[in-house]
Design a protein around this ligand. Structure first.
Ligand SMILES: Cc1cc2nc3c(=O)[nH]c(=O)nc-3n(C[C@H](O)[C@H](O)[C@H](O)COP(=O)(O)OP(=O)(O)OC[C@H]3O[C@@H](n4cnc5c(N)ncnc54)[C@H](O)[C@@H]3O)c2cc1C
Length: 387
């Protein structure tokens, strides 16, 4: 049955990832008419599994904490980092943040929880398999009409680009995003859970730029995240190379023998190219970009999903100021940019330095900042990484 969509919308959100969904829910709860257009038939299964204190506190504010717990999000306090097999830094969230833990939960499950709340919010509509194919701007550059799937015309007050790293809305507006691609990709897989992973999250690197990270995603499975120099990765991730892959891992993975044993295949890993990007400006008249459509940071910092949630919350606060007539729209959106841009830049720089620090144990240790890794956003934390 065709869904009836009102032509006039307060906010059209392009992209139903975590940034778009959290913003929609927050604004929808205030009664604003929100339309989410998601290109996929289903929600995006690929994303972070680690929800940190900054993200947890916002989802709690939206009343979603009980749902996270019901979904069996695994609560953890500690993560250990190793260099060439030697313990390098142990981070205990209880010593770093007032929210003294993080959650391990697959990205798609977090999205499903937010979506469930959205479906109970009458002023929000979500259209799957729907893209903005055209936009019309007025003389001032405001987007006044968006065309959905080449046929449906909608007239929004505000348009949000939450459509991820390859944002189509950016293209429609002719906005160029300068992306720096890291030479090493990351490779993801999951295997049946083992004791060392149940016990603690452990992240290993070595001075030949290898990385291995093991953590549970539910009571039955753990995520394996690996990275090697390109030539080595091409060799190790071929079919029937599992014994070579394990041999290589044993050279720098010192306390997770059972996790190495659990790896049963060398092919079938999902590859994710990694890039760094931060748009010079997040807002253009009545259009704003959030989450990965606005910036991308190396995942070793574990901040991408949390930055996206923080963006959504800050933008909700600023748009609310506009609707309360406390600020003009341009002021509210500038305020959003001015608050969020320096933070994303500082985190991108931090993650960049960390990703390039595997050459020595001291370099790796000095590059790790426990406050930032645990999503600290106090001014002192950010000053320490050059805000
Ligand atoms: C495998 C993987 C592991 C990661 N690990 C971590 C981690 O450990 N820690 C961390 O913090 N971050 C991690 N990240 C990054 C984190 O998942 C992202 O930063 C976060 O998901 C960004 O959310 P988003 O909503 O901005 O974008 P996305 O999650 O990319 O969502 C964008 C949405 O827009 C939709 N879309 C795209 N184009 C269009 C279009 N034209 N029209 C409509 N919809 C469109 C997409 O289908 C998608 O649903 C990881 C990412 C990946 C892929």
């Amino acid at each position: 049955m065709k869904q009836f969509i009102e032509k006039k919308q307060d906010v059209v959100i392009c992209g139903g990832g975590i940034a778009g969904l959290v913003l929609a829910l927050a604004l929808g709860k205030t009664g604003k008419k929100i339309l989410i257009c998601e290109k996929g038939k289903y929600l995006n299964p690929n994303g972070a599994d680690v929800l940190k204190p900054s993200g947890i506190s916002i989802l709690s504010e939206l009343g979603l904490l009980p749902n996270l717990l019901k979904a069996e999000a695994q609560k953890r306090h500690e993560v250990s980092f190793f260099h060439n097999g030697l313990p390098t830094l142990h981070i205990d969230y209880r010593l770093q943040q007032s929210t003294d833990h993080f959650f391990l939960i697959p990205y798609q499950e977090v999205l499903a929880i937010v979506l469930e709340a959205i479906k109970k919010t009458p002023s929000i509509n979500i259209l799957m398999e729907t893209e903005l194919t055209e936009i019309e701007q007025d003389n001032d550059g405001n987007v006044v009409t968006v065309v959905l799937n080449e046929k449906e015309y909608v007239y929004p007050d505000i348009v949000i680009g939450a459509d991820g790293i390859n944002s189509k809305l950016r293209n429609l507006l002719g906005i160029n995003a300068e992306m720096y691609f890291y030479p090493r990709a990351m490779y993801f897989n999951k295997f049946p859970i083992v004791n060392s992973v149940r016990e603690r999250n452990r992240l290993y690197v070595d001075d030949k730029n290898a990385l291995a990270y093991f953590y549970p995603i539910n009571h039955k499975e753990f995520r394996t995240v690996l990275s090697f120099e390109k030539d080595e990765a091409n060799y190790l991730f071929q079919e029937n190379q599992v014994s070579e892959l394990k041999k290589r891992l044993r050279k720098f993975v010192s306390c997770s023998d059972d996790a190495i044993e659990a790896i049963t295949q060398s092919n079938g890993f999902t590859t994710f190219p990694l890039c760094r990007m931060n748009l010079p400006k997040y807002n253009f008249n009545n259009v704003v970009f959030i989450g990965n459509a606005a910036h991308s940071v190396h995942p070793i910092s574990g901040q991408g999903m949390n930055l996206a949630i923080e963006d959504a919350w800050e933008l909700f606060c600023q748009i609310s100021n506009y609707y309360k007539r406390a600020l003009a729209l341009s002021e509210a959106l500038n305020q959003f940019h001015n608050t969020r841009h320096p933070i994303s830049q500082a985190i991108a720089n931090y993650a960049d330095q960390l990703a390039n620090s595997f050459g020595s144990k001291d370099g790796f240790y000095l590059s790790l900042n426990p406050k930032i890794q645990t999503s600290g956003r106090q001014i002192n934390d950010l000053n320490a990484i050059g805000l």
